[in-house]
Design a protein around this ligand. Structure first.
Ligand code: SF4
Length: 187
């Protein structure tokens, strides 16, 4: 099948593209992540995704960085923890845009790298994906069969930058607060 793959970052894409290609699929990446904050972090992750696409030889389209729209869509959900309601809105926004790209391109199916992360619920991602794309959404859990481990191996091999928070301003704050608490505990 010809599969449009939503790519959240290059590290996650590495293992997922390898898996899809090994199953006989042709892959086109689609980078749409208006959740990423700040803008220089967005540029950094995009650069890594481009590097992975070049290493693995697959095409990757890049959509616009709608950071303002993302903030509007998630308004009122600022205090949700990672994995809560804000994340479902965030997944939907990104998968809807990817699905529109699938329709424009006329390919067969769509899926996302998001399920490769151990901190993401594949059930939630797949539920949102199915609501968006119906039978054209490939329901997967890419972290299974050591999928995450394989992404890490490739990241190490290619010396890729690995981020330490999910992406949005709120997850960044959460990560920084945890880091500060750990430092305080060590004193
Ligand atoms: S924690 Fe991650 S998935 Fe959840 S809203 Fe923020 S960027 Fe999106």
């Amino acid at each position: 099948m010809k599969v449009v793959l939503h790519i959240c970052c290059g590290v996650c894409a590495a293992g997922v593209v390898e898996r899809l290609v090994s199953e006989g699929h042709e892959v086109c990446g689609f980078f749409y992540n208006p959740n990423i904050h700040p803008a220089d972090e967005y540029e950094r992750r995009l650069e890594v995704a481009r590097r992975v696409a070049a290493e693995m030889g697959f095409p990757m389209a890049v959509s616009q960085y709608d950071a303002e729209q993302w903030l509007q869509e998630t308004r009122g959900l600022e205090n949700e923890p990672e994995g809560g309601k804000r994340c479902s809105v965030c997944f939907r926004l990104r998968l809807e845009k990817t699905y529109l790209y699938l329709l424009e391109k006329g390919w067969d199916a769509v899926t996302t790298t998001l399920t490769v992360s151990p901190s993401k619920s594949a059930a939630v991602v797949n539920e949102v994906g199915y609501e968006v794309g119906g039978d054209r959404f490939l329901v997967r859990d890419f972290k299974k069969k050591d999928g995450f481990k394989r992404s890490m191996e490739l990241a190490k091999k290619w010396n890729l930058y690995r981020q330490h928070y999910c992406g949005c301003i709120y997850s960044r704050r959460e990560a920084l607060a945890k880091q500060a608490a750990n430092l305080n505990a060590q004193r």
